[in-house]
Design a protein around this ligand. Structure first.
Ligand code: PSU
Ligand code: MN
Length: 313
């Protein structure tokens, strides 16, 4: 006789408002929590987290920040849960492979783009907003350091609104991997792939959408045609007037990369290290730019979700 495992011990928990939105088909924007716990300095990270949610709400969509609390994968964190992940030491940076371990250990975790996308798609969310995607690291040909974001996006049907990838990464290699693995990339009102702090990474993007409705139609087409189960990356650049000064950017980047080597930083600590270095070395300028990027992406994601839901055009 086969012994059935106990059913339903582990499941994804939806906040009340998100559950209602999912049930009725109302627009929802999934939001990651690693940018708060590991990507932005305290205590500003908490204010940014709240502002992201307000920005999504202003578009008519429901914000659903995702995170793991005492092992429970939660979609739509409340204020206390957000505060906990943003301000507590020792919260794990959790990609997809970490989720079952955190669940079993009843531990806390902040979700990356990869795990946010996986959870969001599992509960039927169409759009995710973040700052920048993870990608192929500069020394990947020897270290094999390629973000799990890429592998997950290759098999997760969700739109990810981002400002491209940071120049801390190997941008052309990242674009090649997105192509190889069948991830659709759309520039929002641009023909250039954005470089996060910089409006233009120096590389082109194959497709451009000038209207939110066009993006929503593309998402519909992916769902109806079912020819691919990968993500659609919507690349939303900062206006040039708002980008980080390119000379400052290049100097700080070179210092940060040298620091990695000097201090032997590797693996999942690389991205948080470089982000913290930028925030410290630019005396907050990168934080201002980073915040602007996230809020602009949250706004665009909200408008895409609303257009997709057909509640507004
Ligand atoms: N890029 C940023 N800010 C971030 C991250 C990336 O500009 O906070 C975070 C995101 O959560 C992303 C993760 O999914 O880092 C990628 O980390 P890794 O390279 O270790 O996969
Ligand atoms: Mn990595």
């Amino acid at each position: 006789m086969e012994i059935e495992p106990p059913l339903g011990r582990y499941r994804i928990r939806l906040g009340e408002e998100v559950a209602e939105a999912v049930r009725t088909g109302a627009p929802v924007v999934a939001l990651e929590s690693t940018i708060l716990s590991h990507g932005l300095p305290r205590p500003q990270n908490l204010d940014v987290g709240a502002e992201i949610e307000r920005t999504v709400r202003a578009t008519g969509a429901v914000p659903a920040t995702i995170g793991v609390l005492s092992g429970e994968i939660c979609v739509g964190l409340d204020e206390g849960q957000l505060r906990h992940l943003a301000l507590t030491d020792g919260v794990a940076k959790a990609s997809v492979r970490d989720l079952p371990v955190l669940a079993a250990k009843r531990a806390d975790g902040a979700t990356t783009v990869a795990s946010t996308a996986a959870v969001a798609a599992a509960v039927g969310t169409v759009v995710l907003a973040t700052g920048g995607l993870g990608g192929v690291h500069r020394d990947a040909s020897t270290t094999f350091d390629e973000s799990a974001d890429l592998g997950t996006l290759a098999r997760t049907p969700i739109a990810v609104v981002c400002a491209g990838v940071k120049s801390i990464l190997d941008v052309p290699a990242t674009l090649e991997r997105l192509e190889s693995t069948g991830v659709t990339v759309l520039g929002y009102r641009t023909d250039r792939f954005p470089g996060f702090y910089l409006a233009d990474s120096g590389y082109p993007v194959g497709w451009r959408a000038d209207e939110v409705t066009e993006i929503a139609e593309t998402l519909r087409a992916t769902r109806e045609l079912k020819l691919s189960s990968g993500a659609v990356v919507v690349a939303n650049p900062l206006p040039v007037a708002e980008q980080l000064d390119p000379a400052l950017h290049d100097r700080v980047l070179a210092e940060g990369l040298a620091g990695l080597e000097r201090e032997g930083v590797t693996g999942k600590d690389v991205t948080p290290y470089l982000l913290a270095h930028f925030h410290a070395a630019t005396e907050g300028q990168s934080l201002t730019v980073n915040t602007r990027i996230i809020l602009r992406n949250a706004d665009l994601a909200g408008r895409i979700a609303v257009a997709f839901a057909g509640t507004r055009t």
